[in-house]
Design a protein around this ligand. Sequence first.
Ligand SMILES: CC(C)(COP(=O)(O)OP(=O)(O)OC[C@H]1O[C@@H](n2cnc3c(N)ncnc32)[C@H](O)[C@@H]1OP(=O)(O)O)[C@@H](O)C(=O)NCCC(=O)NCCS
Length: 209
Amino acid sequence: MAQPGAERNSLGYLYMSGEYAPQRTTSPTGLDRKVGAAARLAADSAMGDQGPGLLLEAPGGDDGREMWRIARDTQVLDVNSPYSYLLWCRDFADSSVVVRDGDRVCGFITGYIRPRSAVTLFVWQVAVDQAYRGRGLAKRMLDYLGDRVVATGGRYLEATVTPDNIPSSRLFEGFARDRGCAVERHTLFTTEQFPRGHQPEVLFRIGPL
Ligand SMILES: CC(C)(COP(=O)(O)OP(=O)(O)OC[C@H]1O[C@@H](n2cnc3c(N)ncnc32)[C@H](O)[C@@H]1OP(=O)(O)O)[C@@H](O)C(=O)NCCC(=O)NCCS
């Protein structure tokens, strides 16, 4: 018999009132996973004032148009052609993610599985609309893709960061830290390899996840 103050949640887990009950959240693959008290706290804190309407899912349909707009508005990302974002949503949706606030796309990550390393997801671009920054959204998108990598047998997540992009470095370092993963770094592309002035791109290889 349950102790006074103890309750069961929908999963049948016993917990004391006032504690965070283990919850099921739906991972990107539709695979359910259990989230304990600590992760629940982190998730709640990451939610901040995002409100309940935010939805993370694979991009599709016309999302490429909004992804292009968000990339352009960052004023720091290399903006690819609108066509490339549309094509991305068609062919690489499973390794990418968007965040929706109602009908509005407010953040995205484009990624692909490296043809020469099927266990590695390369994250190409991460962007969050200015009004939605600082609320843990980019981290949640990375977690979404990280969970997907693991669920599909992958082990590593890679991304490149320019040395002056502190928010981006923090994002990937925080992702690695929270998953207890190592981060290897080396310069992938030097300034000289670009056709015109461009900072070096430093590869972050995170894993095993
Ligand atoms: C980088 C970017 C995606 C971060 O989005 P975000 O939703 O605000 O990031 P989060 O709130 O999820 O924060 C993730 C981590 O980065 C840190 N961080 C985010 N913005 C930061 C900033 N301006 N300065 C320092 N740290 C920052 C957070 O503190 C957090 O670290 P923690 O895990 O240790 O707490 C967003 O600033 C952006 O779109 N920038 C322009 C595009 C860009 O530079 N993309 C990255 C290169 S592809």
